[in-house]
Design a protein around this ligand. Structure first.
Ligand code: B12
Ligand code: SF4
Length: 466
């Protein structure tokens, strides 16, 4: 009997400009490894002959032999359409297809209709069982991984996709207690913040070949004192292991509140953090349920400067399209982000993702404008306005987005940020590259919005606002 062949596939979404290397060479720095598939590979027994295909790097000829015995597909919601195309192709060839990940979990019925087997939740523990059943030709229609035992998350197979990306990827924690209305993390990974054992994380870092690494955790440091104590232990162990890696991560703004934490993070190789500010006003934060950012007396600008003093860049993330957002919100966000002093600004449209509180609310208010599913899932990249916004028409919300990024990434403002980085000797070159990359993507975004408006007739069903 030949070794069983398994192909794990990360489907592309051509609408996501960040993966479009041909359009802008800066995008090489924004193509990230599909860690989910590398984690599954780490759980795959050696008798399986395994390969990973990341369609973001190009689509291979799936007709070419040898034919796999099993295909596994991952998908965020925005990748669902392409996932179904790939699934249909292999099923036509008689190859069984199993799908897992966030979309399969949140839209179980839709996915069940299009693949042979669905794995919901974190698949770490259940995956060997799925493979065993597939080997015997007894795949079940559905498996549920629930929440994995965080002490038993195996090392991902970093060897499998080495050399083709600017960044490696690793995960050190799962779950988030904050449950913001727009985010699927609490619904998918649970409200309990689970931290992997420090020695496992250090060993995993050591197995990554790339010098630069994305730590994919939604919040690397957590929110409670014991989480932060563990984060410090991790950073100490990383510094002691002399990993010689430079990494970036996502964190909440409380990262700035502890000087020892900042010192240790920097020593461990942290060179930048993404921070979700989300919206400039307390009313907006209340609307999104991001109460954590509402703590009294928080001076965001001072917090950003404290992080930067430790030689770490800060990328601020904001959302446009809240019920409190009025015309002019785009410029307002650009001003506020400049005032906070962030090095990069990332702005996204408020998007109801399936499984979130925002989805339930918008659905009940008939505000989900792009709802021809599954086709419309391709627009759920947070870079298209898919909902009906309260005070902004579909064209209006796009104008706010363009005005926001054009203001923040205008050449004089980039110049000011460069001058400040040079003056404080804070990684001016990296910061400049990042700013230019974002700036060059504005052109792509404007083109993408024009196509979108042409296809969708400038505004979904023509309604302006709710
Ligand atoms: C890293 C990351 C990215 C990277 C992606 C790298 C990559 N290709 O994987 C980048 C920065 C490119 C990215 C982009 C986007 N992301 Co993102 N991202 C994440 C993040 C923070 C971590 C994902 C990760 O690596 N987790 C670690 C792995 C081990 O866990 P996992 O992916 O869940 O996989 C496990 C299970 O899901 C399951 N599983 C997964 N796949 C499969 C397949 C099979 C066959 C099986 C059996 C099981 C299985 O088993 C795995 C092991 O337990 C998550 C948040 C999160 N906590 O998941 C958001 C998240 C996945 N992203 C999200 C979104 C919205 C996006 C964007 C659409 C918008 C944006 N700008 O952020 C884009 C879309 C990109 C696209 N191609 O269309 C949402 C997705 C929600 C949804 N319903 O789709 C999430 C959940 C965050 C959120 N706020 O809600 N993202
Ligand atoms: S947005 Fe961040 S803080 Fe809020 S629930 Fe998601 S992961 Fe947690």
């Amino acid at each position: 009997m030949h070794a069983m062949r398994l192909v794990l596939i990360n489907p592309s979404n051509p609408l996501v400009s960040i993966v479009n290397i041909k359009e802008s060479r800066w995008n090489r720095y924004r193509v990230w490894k599909p860690l989910s598939l590398m984690v599954l590979a780490g759980r795959t027994p050696p008798e399986w002959d395994l390969s990973i295909v990341d369609e973001n790097l190009g689509v291979p000829d799936y007709e070419r032999p040898p034919r796999p015995d099993l295909v596994g597909i991952t998908a965020f919601t925005s990748q669902a359409n392409r996932a179904y195309e790939v699934a249909a192709h292999f099923r036509r060839l008689g190859v069984p297809v199993v799908m897992g990940g966030i979309h399969a979990t949140m839209c179980l019925e839709e996915v069940m209709e299009r693949v042979d087997s669905v794995v919901t939740g974190e698949a770490d523990g259940i995956w060997p069982q799925v493979l065993e059943d597939a080997r015997h030709g007894h795949l079940k229609r559905r498996y549920d991984g629930g929440y994995a035992d965080i002490n038993d998350v195996r090392l991902a197979r970093h060897d499998l996709l080495a050399g083709r990306y600017a960044f490696g990827a690793v995960q050190t924690t799962r779950g988030c207690p904050l449950n913001c209305s727009f985010c699927s993390v609490t619904a998918f990974n649970g409200a309990r913040y689970r931290q992997r054992p420090v020695p496992d994380v250090v060993r995993e870092f050591q197995s990554i070949r790339e010098k630069h690494v994305l730590v994919v955790d939604d919040n690397l440091i957590g929110t409670r004192a014991e989480h932060i104590a563990r984060a410090k232990d991790l950073f100490r162990a990383m510094a002691q292991a002399d990993l010689r890696k430079e990494w970036i991560a996502q964190a909440t703004i409380n990262f700035a509140d502890d000087e020892e934490l900042l010192t240790l993070a920097s020593k461990a190789g942290c060179r930048g953090v993404f921070i979700g500010f989300e919206t400039p006003t307390p009313e907006g934060l209340r609307e999104l349920g991001k109460k954590f950012n509402l703590l009294r007396d928080r001076d965001f600008g001072a917090s950003v400067r404290r992080i930067q003093r430790h030689n770490m860049l800060v990328a601020g993330s904001f959302i446009i399209g809240l019920d409190v957002d009025q015309p002019g919100v785009g410029k307002c966000i650009a001003e506020v982000a400049s005032r906070y002093g962030v090095d990069h600004l990332n702005v996204l449209f408020l998007t109801p993702l399936p499984g979130t509180r925002l989805w339930d609310q918008m659905k009940s208010e008939h505000r989900i404008a792009l709802d021809a599913f599954p086709e419309d899932w391709k627009y759920y990249t947070l870079t298209y306005p898919v909902a009906r916004y309260k005070h902004l028409s579909p064209g209006g919300v796009i104008e706010e987005m363009i005005s926001c990024t054009r203001t923040f990434y205008s050449l004089p403002r980039i110049g000011q940020r460069m001058w400040s980085s040079l003056w404080h000797r804070r990684r001016p070159l990296i910061s400049l590259l990042g700013n230019l990359s974002y700036r060059s993507n504005i052109r792509l975004d404007v083109k993408a919005y024009a196509n979108f408006q042409r296809q969708r007739g400038n505004g979904h069903d023509g309604a302006g606002g709710v």
